[in-house]
Design a protein around this ligand. Sequence first.
Ligand code: MSP
Length: 634
Amino acid sequence: MKKPYYITTPIYYSSGSFHLGHCYTTVVCDAIARFKRMDGYDVFYLTGTDEHGQKVQQKAQQAGVTPKQYVDKLYDEIVRLWKRLNISYDKFIRTTDDYHEQTVQKIYEKLLESGDLYKAEYEGWYCTPCESFWTESQLVDGKCPDCGREVKREKEESYFFRLSAYQDRLIEFYKQNPEFISPKSRMNEMINNFIKPGLKDVCVSRTTFDWGVRLPFDQKHVAYVWVDALSNYITALGYLQPDHANFDKFWPADLHMVGKEIVRFHVIIWPALLMALGLPLPKKVYGHGWLLFDNDKMSKSKGNVVDPFFLTERYGVDPIRYYLLREIPFGSDGSYTNEALLNRTNSDLVNDLGNLVSRTTAMVTQYFGGEIPPLGTLSAREEEIALLLNGSTDKVRQDMEQLSAPDALADIFRIIQRANKYIDETEPWVLNKQGEKAKLATVMHTLCECIKFAATLLKPFIPDTADRIFQKLGLPSAENFDGLTFGGIGEGVRVNKGENLFNRIDVEKELKELEKYAEEKTAQPQEERIDVSDFAKVKLCTAEVTECRRVDNSDKLLLLTVKIGEETRKVVSGIAHCYTPEQLVGKTVILVKNLKPAKIRGIESNGMILCVSDGQKVVFVTPEQPTGSGKEVR
Ligand code: MSP
């Protein structure tokens, strides 16, 4: 029976479009998952989307859609992105999936039963974009330590998870499992910054918004997004569900791959939750570094993003996968530059790999009519190459055990570079001229072996290219590393030279093009200006609110009766979440007077009240001094 291997990416936030930094975790995991599959493991590769929380609710509100409509659109986009990047996940989980929501409810019930959950009042500094509460001492210059944005004081009645009770068990677990937090440097960071100051119980429910999993025993509360999100790793396998075969087979996870900024959730809260649920802990949490752009984390809020759709469209999927896997030192941060991408593509894929394949297939076609000739007697040089090839799978396997795709690729490219050098050393064109057919046959066969090894080992990293190489060699694409030994290419195999694998990029020209593209993209669209005559069409006036009541069955709408001089009108306004009717009666507001009437919830509204809004909070506009109603506003 195959050994199970369970690997996960974090589930992605759906709060904007996705950039190349996001692709990093998923591409790295994809290469590991593909490698393990070829190496004989029964792999379950999980990814998904993290769809609840205040931030999503706010963004949806700003976009004028429901939160579900909002996340559906982003879900479509990420699925399209993973398809484009050839990501071979076995399951995609959405935290809005019914089975997930129901299981999160069961998890909360279990925690309540075991006494790990209790109700109390919480007060702290809350960062809305990060959905995190911080203590005073964790703030950096009074701002969120993760994203540097403003935090606000929030107080609410909440359920708490008894994290403090797990401190000693966590420390003991880290001691017994020194590889659990990887790379090692992250372990010290966690212990010094979070464990040593002492673990506090965490607030794991919210009442200030409702886009989340409702707690079954207290419907006013929704689950804290991090508990909701982390649980995905077990709900996706069927934990506490009728069909739990995958859970039985794959839990505990072999590897949670995450970006360094979310390691703490995965190595503190997550194991403690699992302990509370009586479940075994994951074997490893690996915190990789960030993809930087202009020396800063690539992130949408910083506006320094690189669009993966654009790049893959322009250069192909495998050069982008290859770049991410080869160029970014694993475990550390790495800077993205167009120049490095283009140079890497030219030097490794076009020069080394592409040339080797095209030269070899061309020579086999020219000297042997396209059929790979048999191996003759091996010289010391071929013996040495055979040794290199036969040792390569183990070497790459060791690299991948360290999860280091850059090292694995460097080792695979050693084969390719050795083969190119071998062509220069043996000068097949001279052998041909001298009529040394047997020697020439051995050289050609040896080169094809090198290419076969390289393609087999490259397949987890750049799968499409590997398939194309096998096609050129006239061999079926390798499905695993079994039987990969020098001399394995049988008789009667015909190569097909075909087109080049990759085309050389004119780096200078391309850099200019990319710069132009970036300028066009960042150029601010000119705000449309209107004529004063356009503005004059809008009739604004002061109006006094004489009556006001809530619109039935609506949390947002108020029905206002306003006086404009002698005239009385009814106006419906969506400000009930910020004002009570009593707060408005007697106030002077500014009304758009000549709006066409509109029916809102069956009530005819005649005009619109001017308000200042940040997308959430709304404040109505009023004259600075008393003016009386019906006065023109210009
Ligand atoms: N939703 C949480 C994870 C919950 S897991 C239970 C989250 N989502 S995220 O969309 O913000 O990030 C998803 C992954 O993308 C994380 O691993 C994150 O580190 C990674 N990246 C986002 N920007 C990145 C870079 N610029 N560079 C490398 N990876 C980064 O966090």
